[in-house]
Design a protein around this ligand. Structure first.
Ligand SMILES: [Zn+2]
Length: 344
């Protein structure tokens, strides 16, 4: 089968690799009908050390179950499923608390250990706990939005939850990538009164407006902080969704948080220590968040997708075949594309 393998920075190749197969009795094999390139894939795309063996990329997919191991109970061949970016057993202490990304038997797709979804097929560990069966036909028009339940919509929702968004609150979203845009959807869905997007790309601003953002700040650094404060009555916002992961983004997040605010961070942090600990401390600002337990959110978000109340699939502005995946990475890295859907 064919798969996207990253060998180093700016070096993604489509190769023939050994077929995905069952290894453990709890595994399934899924044929990928739709996958994605993620903003988080751009970190290794820019800084991965050269590797002889490479890394099979991709952690978002919708597909069809092709085979199940003897211990799999809930899935059957030909089920249409959505795959969260982390696998989990669904039964351990943390899964039962809704924190599937901390599953004691869990892990992440598209890593050195577990192959990724930018491929014709992939092996799913802990298949019963991981996969969510969709009661839709494989060619359903809702597929782009359903695909976002793999990661970006669940991650935006997690940022909003960690930032304690609720009815009537003033919210700011730092980052205009697919997760930030889904964060706008999530904030609107949870009843925010004001949603300020910090971003500067006209196509993304237009989409954020359609998703419910009310104000836009294109400045950066101190100027951005000043502008958000002006827009939010002088003191800053109640909730900040930090969807980037850089030191600068976190500094902005703390700078625009009003006393008592919460920051939900979902961008993988590329800083050692959380910046501005003292101002955050004196403002009683909560800093929460982490990898989103998207498996826990599918059931909650699914009805809104199926009934068309939210359309997170609009973040996909390119559709590409597997052979074009290297070009997809380039286009996302150059900010020519918001998010690429891959159809192997
Ligand atoms: Zn678990």
């Amino acid at each position: 089968m064919r798969a996207a393998v990253m060998y180093g920075a700016k070096d993604v190749r489509i190769e023939n690799v050994s077929d995905a197969r069952l290894v453990e009795p709890t595994d399934a094999v899924v044929t990928v009908s739709r996958a994605c390139i993620c903003g988080s894939d751009l970190w290794p795309y820019n800084d991965m050390e050269p590797s002889q063996t490479g890394r099979h990329m991709g952690h978002e997919a919708i597909g069809v179950v092709e085979a199940v191991g003897p211990a799999v109970r809930k899935l059957k061949v030909r089920d249409v499923v959505v795959m969260p970016f982390a696998y989990s057993d669904g039964t351990c202490e943390f899964c039962r608390e809704g924190l599937h990304t901390s599953c004691v038997r869990g892990g992440f797709f598209g890593t050195v250990e577990v192959a990724g979804a930018q491929a014709e097929a992939l092996r799913i560990p802990q298949a019963d706990g991981t996969l969510f069966v969709l009661n839709v036909r494989e060619d359903d028009a809702l597929m782009p939005s359903l695909l976002t339940l793999s990661d970006v919509m669940g991650t935006g929702h997690h940022a909003a939850r960690a930032a304690r968004v609720s009815r009537g609150k003033r919210v700011a979203v730092v980052g205009d990538g697919a997760v930030g845009l889904c964060g706008v959807i999530a904030a609107r869905r949870l009843g925010a009164e004001q949603i300020i997007l910090l971003g500067r790309h006209p196509d993304r601003i237009a989409l954020a407006r359609a998703f419910g953002a009310t104000d836009f700040v294109s400045e950066r650094g101190e100027e951005a902080i000043e502008r958000v404060r002006e827009l939010s009555g002088g003191f800053g916002v109640h909730s900040v969704l930090e969807c980037v992961g850089t030191d600068q983004a976190m500094r902005t997040a703390v700078g625009i948080a009003r006393p008592g605010a919460a920051i939900g961070r979902v961008g993988v942090p590329h800083y050692e220590a959380t910046p501005l600990s003292q101002p955050a401390f004196y403002g009683n600002v909560t800093v929460g968040g982490g990898p989103a337990p998207v498996r826990a959110y599918i059931e909650e978000l699914l009805p809104d997708v199926l009934e068309g109340r939210i359309e997170p699939g609009r973040v996909f502005d390119r559709v590409m075949g597997l052979d074009e995946v290297p070009e997809g990475y380039r286009a996302m890295n150059e900010r020519e594309a918001i998010k690429v859907m891959v159809r192997p």
